[in-house]
Design a protein around this ligand. Structure first.
Ligand SMILES: NC(=O)c1ccc[n+]([C@@H]2O[C@H](COP(=O)([O-])OP(=O)(O)OC[C@H]3O[C@@H](n4cnc5c(N)ncnc54)[C@H](OP(=O)(O)O)[C@@H]3O)[C@@H](O)[C@H]2O)c1
Length: 353
């Protein structure tokens, strides 16, 4: 039997970290060795995640110093960062630097926004603060595994939750030249997309039984989506993106619309999408409308598409915490360690949540 590969999770008490721990509990090769918490080192994992108590027993959150010592001792390690943007880059940088001093080179998937841009200037324009480790930007590739055959960097930046859904729906349209480079996107996200700490604008009681837009045509992830789409398709496209707050905890639904370059009926469009994603185990192209409930808590993405001959609409449903964050990160890490891309990710959605 092959030996376990140690895994470390940063951003320990957050929602994405919790989802990573849930997925890794069932992973055949990756074994959680440390979960770093800035705010609660020494506290039991089960206090932050009671639903994971059966998998993690008495395990406790560790400090940065403990994680550093662990990384120095492990010949190879899978390091996941679910820390916030603005924190993640610096944390990864200091852990990698300390590991390098001990001759160790962990592989990293950063789920924050910190390594999604090619240059610190682009990052700083969007996020309004200096980048935490600009010298490491070239060590990261920001892409979906479905859209990149060959990874040329040591580390990966996860594109993010809204971006995952928008890219899955729009990259085939752009790469196949079916539409001009102007896409109109409406996206709806559940409340876990805003993280664990409630704020006046994101608290669930406010969102519950309601639907409203926010940051319309000005969402900070839009330039990341455009950059990622360009890298994946070779087309510099404009995305007019209107995000919505949805009255549910998990899930994202996006609709991408564009004019067609040539007339194409729905059946032909679905055929092209199926061909495009033929090798992608987690992407399913449906005849009907994708629904969040069918993908919640799974790494699956459901796509649907319609055409009236002039305009196309492609819909995508994912779970923001799974395919849009932790699951997508595990998928990348599997590939980085030469494991089957589906390891730990094959559980279907529960269907009723
Ligand atoms: N939620 C989503 O659907 C989603 C999807 C894609 C990407 N992301 C990205 O994934 C990351 C985690 O998201 P999340 O929703 O899990 O956020 P979250 O629930 O707010 O958790 C983030 C965690 O990071 C740690 N943290 C917070 N401030 C810190 C600081 N100043 N220094 C060190 N650690 C700090 C905290 O855990 P400790 O105090 O225990 O360390 C916190 O619980 C973010 O970068 C987010 O943008 C989220």
């Amino acid at each position: 039997m092959s030996s376990p590969i140690p895994a470390v999770v940063l951003g320990g008490t957050g929602y994405v970290a919790g989802e990573l721990l849930r997925l890794l509990a069932g992973h055949p090769r990756l074994r959680v060795r440390a979960v770093m918490s800035d705010s609660q080192p020494g506290e039991p994992l089960a206090a932050a995640f009671p639903h994971l108590a059966s998998a993690y027993g008495d395990d406790r959150f560790q400090s940065q110093e403990q994680v550093q010592a662990l990384l120095a001792g492990e010949p190879s390690c899978a390091l996941f960062s679910a820390a916030p943007h603005g924190v993640s880059a610096q944390l990864i940088d200091s852990l990698l630097a300390a590991a390098a001093q001990a001759g160790r080179e962990p592989r990293v998937v950063d789920i924050s926004a910190d390594f999604r841009y090619r240059s610190a200037g682009e990052y700083e324009r969007v996020y309004g603060h200096a980048h935490g480790a600009p010298q490491r930007l070239g060590q990261f590739t920001c892409a979906l595994p479905e859209h990149l055959a060959q990874l040329d960097t040591r580390h990966v930046a996860h594109p993010g939750c809204f971006a995952t859904a928008v890219l899955l729906a729009s990259v085939p349209l752009l790469r196949l030249g079916l539409v001009p480079p102007q896409l109109f996107v409406a996206g709806i996200t559940g409340s876990t997309g805003s993280g664990r700490k409630p704020t006046a604008g994101t608290h669930h009681p406010l969102r519950h039984s309601d639907l409203y837009t926010y940051s319309a045509l000005a969402h900070r992830h839009t330039p990341e989506i455009a950059a990622c789409a360009r890298a994946a398709s070779g087309v510099a496209a404009e995305f007019a993106f209107v995000p919505h707050s949805g009255p549910f905890a998990r899930g994202i639904h996006v609709t991408v619309q564009a004019r067609l370059e040539r007339s194409l009926d729905t059946a032909a469009l679905l055929g092209l999408l199926r061909e495009f994603y033929a090798g992608s185990r987690f992407v399913r192209v449906l005849d009907g409308a994708p629904r969040i409930k069918d993908v919640t808590a799974s790494n699956n993405a459901h796509l649907g598409a319609v055409s009236d001959g002039r305009t196309v609409a492609v819909m995508c449903a994912i779970d923001n915490l799974t395919k849009g964050a932790a699951g997508g990160a595990v998928q990348w890490m599997n590939r980085m360690f030469g494991l089957p891309e589906t390891d730990g990710l094959t559980a279907p959605a529960p269907g009723w949540t």
